[in-house]
Design a protein around this ligand. Sequence first.
Ligand code: ADP
Ligand code: MG
Ligand code: MG
Ligand code: MG
Ligand code: MG
Length: 628
Amino acid sequence: MTEPLSHPENRKHAPHVRRHGIKQFINIYNQNKDRIDRCFKWGDEIEYVIVRFDHNNKKVRLSLRPKDILEVMDEREAREGPKCEVLWRPEYGSFHIEATPGQPYGHQNEMNGKKSMNCWFNNVENNMKERRRDIKHLLGPDEALLCLGNFPRLGCDDISVPYSSPDPLNSSTGSIFVSDVLTNSAHPRYIKTGYNIVQRREKKITINIPIFKDTKTPDPFIELFNDKESNREAKVDHIYLDAPVLGMGCSCLQVTMQATNIEEAFVLNDQLLPLTPIMTALSAATPIFRGYLSDYDCRLEASSASMDDRTPEERGEKPLKHDKFRIHKSRCAPLNTYLCECNARYNDNPIVYNTEFYDEMISAGVTLSLAQHMAYVFIRDPTVTYWEKLDQNDSTETDHFENIQSTNWQTMRFKPPPLNQQSIGWRVEFRPMEIQMTDFENAAFSVFTILLSRIVLKYKLNFIIPISKIDQNMSTAVKRDAVNRSKFWFRKDIFAQNTLQDVNNNTNSSKTNYERYESEEESYIEMSINEIMNGYGNEFPGLIPLIRDYVKDLSLDAQTYNKVQQYIQLIADRASAKVKTTAKWIRDFVRKHADYKHDSVVNEKITYDLLNTLNRIQNEGINVNEFV
Ligand code: ADP
Ligand code: MG
Ligand code: MG
Ligand code: MG
Ligand code: MG
């Protein structure tokens, strides 16, 4: 078993890990900067929870069986390798399990040299269904695999089998709500991550999610805990949480796509970034935390705060003395940088970065924006380091790079190819979406994301607005019913290009950065998601009509075409409020429940009925519309 460094050692060796991580990145960059991957491949990741129903007592709890299940699945994968249709992976919670397709979609094209999109459209939802069949024989009679943004009562008493209870004095996180047992123990990295984060920030995790004020919710809403730090940190009118697993325990839907070359990966990174808040709002699915209805519909705030390892100096609570940087965001946060040089002037957030690493990357030929992005990613400490991996050969190994890269949980991730892997090129991962209730919806959001990426490339669309505006949009997107109640900054003319020419002109002109922004303010306005997606009048074409045009030209067979149209229609209907988001569906289910007292409390019985209904919808094929 790999042996992690103790906390002080982890911090002591952080500069070593960073220094070598950057050298490893430079090596990856130089080996791959000219590579071309003509075959378009992509894949989704879904995080599931396993629950166990106690039908006699009308209770449902998290089942901590994924560890055993993964042992079986890992053995099978070792035996059958690329023949597996589904790959199962561990996740942060001990009740969590992640699945991806056995091979990325589109890989068949690579094998038979075709370029057709036809073959994979149907595979997505089929693979999601296959995952449920695949795991079925390993589940007990009362257990179920569920797509669920957050277990509604995570952090309340008696929510796991076996039973677990918080142990603030002896646990790795000091949490008054959850035991370490709820964090994955199959590998030391998960518990150690939480422990190191808490040590580094010099206090417990603090998460405050605004509570949904229903007619009988106490006003003000104040909870008193048997713990001084908690009482100090808990905000009035908020649901207070204090452990990594209470944020990382949320589940999400991710999509990774391969680009033809590094430049195309930059374009996809940049053009999909302004869409992250829009897709968060459309996919909202997480309206309950620790047994209370919240005024947010999404997990982002909880996961971001749950992995915030910044020290008091880095957070700006104390003047800088021991630490190098004042850092404005958690390592789990909206992406901070555009990567195309022509978009660099829209990087208007403060970017603190390691200038030594930056200079080293520039001397090695890395492009300016990518160097700045990586030098920003590499201001963080590794969350966990292992003794056996400390000494590495930077020209053949990449663990130090991956260590820091993969623990920067931003809303998008620019993924370089792994060393010496023919089949994996430059990729971009789209990470802002919430998990949907059904395979149909998860497939719809995955396919829709891919279609967005295709129209960006085909029609050379331009969604770029200042990064600070995207952050502002994200703060809006997570709020209750944001999809239909809020407006979002969006680019007015999505066909006008940003060119390097403009940048050069601007640089040569006597205007200050600020004045340049002033003149660019004309280029974006506030729109509703309905307007952005479905368009309005002659003013704005809407992304969905563009996608429909694109799909028409794909010459899909009739059945596939109809399926894709259903996916697109779901997004169109969410945007126009014709169909509820998952969050709204869950919220309405709770508020209509006979046991709900309009005090924001989601009790055990409501949770049981909600999850039982979700199970029937997801695993027994009951139509979701029966419950609307
Ligand atoms: P991570 O957790 O680091 O994001 P995973 O391995 O869990 O990585 O998921 C990666 C996703 O990328 C999977 O859906 C997988 O099918 C997909 N994938 C694998 N190879 C490629 C490729 N060459 N291009 C695009 N996507 C790929
Ligand atoms: Mg994964
Ligand atoms: Mg995951
Ligand atoms: Mg992961
Ligand atoms: Mg991922």
